[in-house]
Write a protein that binds this ligand. Structure first.
Ligand SMILES: [Zn+2]
Length: 210
């Protein structure tokens, strides 16, 4: 299967227990995340890495967050919490800044692309996201955090761009809170998203070639 990977927001502030907006239990998916990173390298698969990259005065920050529209301060540019965890740190990435208005074909040849964003939805938070994703393979493999927030925004954006979406269920983790994760999985299934394990993904990729 010819595909691109979408590594969603696997940043220290979400993935580490000491992070500013820790997704509880997300360390359990680290082993699978590392395998995905290694598989992408072995098979020369393009990885789009989305990343929260906030200013101090980000619209979603609040001292009294409701965890639906507002959250505690996190992933502020230049701070440690904004970095990717070791398992998913992109190798030699091409970084697309959120306000960037052009990218060249040469840049798009980089195997790792980082899309910096200042909103939940990368397609709203990064001007070039749509153009870049349009240029990538039909099959889109999605993983990262959090299932019922930023991962869902990536899935919805990919569906709007008519991609076939696969979510690696042992490489996503939800936020327990007002938005119920099971509802997200049901919605995805009804939209034709294929939910599969890392092992099942390997079967698809290795069978027909990377
Ligand atoms: Zn954020």
């Amino acid at each position: 299967m010819h595909c691109a990977f979408y590594n969603v927001d696997t940043q220290i502030d979400f993935m580490e227990p000491y992070g500013a907006l820790y997704v509880v239990g997300s360390e359990k998916i680290k082993t699978t995340l590392l395998k995905l990173t290694q598989l992408a390298k072995e098979k020369n698969i393009t990885v789009v890495n989305t990343c929260d990259f906030h200013d101090e005065d980000a619209a979603e920050f609040s001292n009294t967050p409701d965890f639906i529209h507002t959250f505690p301060r996190h992933c502020v540019q230049g701070e440690h919490g904004f970095e990717y965890i070791e398992e998913t740190t992109p190798e030699l990435p091409f970084v697309v800044y959120k306000e960037q208005e052009e990218v060249s074909g040469l840049e798009l040849n980089c195997r790792n692309i980082i899309l910096r964003k200042n909103q939940f939805d990368v397609f709203n938070g990064n001007y070039m996201a749509k153009k870049i994703v349009d240029s990538l393979p039909y099959n889109a493999v999605v993983y990262g955090v959090a299932t019922n927030y930023c991962v869902d925004y990536v899935v919805q954006g990919l569906l709007r761009l008519k991609k076939k979406v696969y979510v690696v269920k042992d490489a996503v983790k939800e936020i327990n809170g007002p938005k119920e994760p099971q509802t997200t999985f049901s919605k995805w299934k009804s939209q034709g998203v294929e939910i599969l394990t890392f092992q099942q993904l390997c079967g698809k990729i290795l069978k027909i070639g990377g």
